[in-house]
Design a protein around this ligand. Structure first.
Ligand code: GNR
Ligand code: NI
Length: 174
């Protein structure tokens, strides 16, 4: 398993639409292993393959707070079957939008169909943080970032900040 570099905004790759997987084989499992290791190393709760440069419809997640009780989740070709009309608000962050946070409204429940790590078809009824996170990750598969839901002004301020940070790669951002 390898910790990969996470792409950050602005980067055109993050805007690419990810392609479905035909078959969950060794290569896909290796990618999922690298993704979960990269996610844990970055202290994230989710990661889409495009964030490490692979435009494939694969997501990994672990929303368990407890480091000793890990609960890695793997989603291949996830599809949202249903979304609740009721919204909830979470303060979202993104490993591809470092150190920036904003409150985002999304449906508070959703139902997902997907293939798991072994290529088996699964259904998941998600609510709370799990529902928010899976929707955030599925957005990545469509090239959408949470900052796209902000006003043009707020979004442009964040992108300017990130562009400036990128021009100073020797500066350590804590
Ligand atoms: O680590 C992450 N935390 C988070 C918090 C609130 C809503 C969504 C997320 S996902 C994010 C990791 C990430 O960027 N996934 O794509
Ligand atoms: Ni993200």
């Amino acid at each position: 398993m390898t910790v990969k570099t996470i792409l950050t905004e602005p980067n055109k790759l993050l805007r690419q639409i990810s392609q479905p997987i035909d078959n969950v084989g060794e290569n896909e499992q290796k990618l999922m292993d690298d993704m979960i290791e990269t996610m844990y190393a970055a202290n994230g709760i989710g990661l889409a393959a495009i964030q490490i440069g692979f435009p494939k419809r694969i997501i990994v997640m672990d929303i368990s707070k407890d480091q000793t009780n890990k609960n890695p989740l793997y989603f291949v070709n996830p599809i949202i079957l249903n979304k609740a009309a009721e919204q909830s608000t979470y303060e979202e962050g993104c490993l591809s939008v470092p150190n920036q946070f904003a409150e985002i409204d999304r449906p508070n429940k959703c139902e997902i169909e997907y293939l798991d790590y072994n290529g088996e078809k699964k259904l998941l009824k998600a609510e709370g943080l799990l529902a928010t996170c899976i929707q955030h990750e599925i957005d990545h598969l469509e090239g959408i970032l949470f900052i796209d839901y902000l006003s043009k002004l707020k979004k442009s301020i964040i992108i300017k900040k990130l562009s400036k940070q990128k021009k100073k790669p020797d500066r350590i951002v804590v």
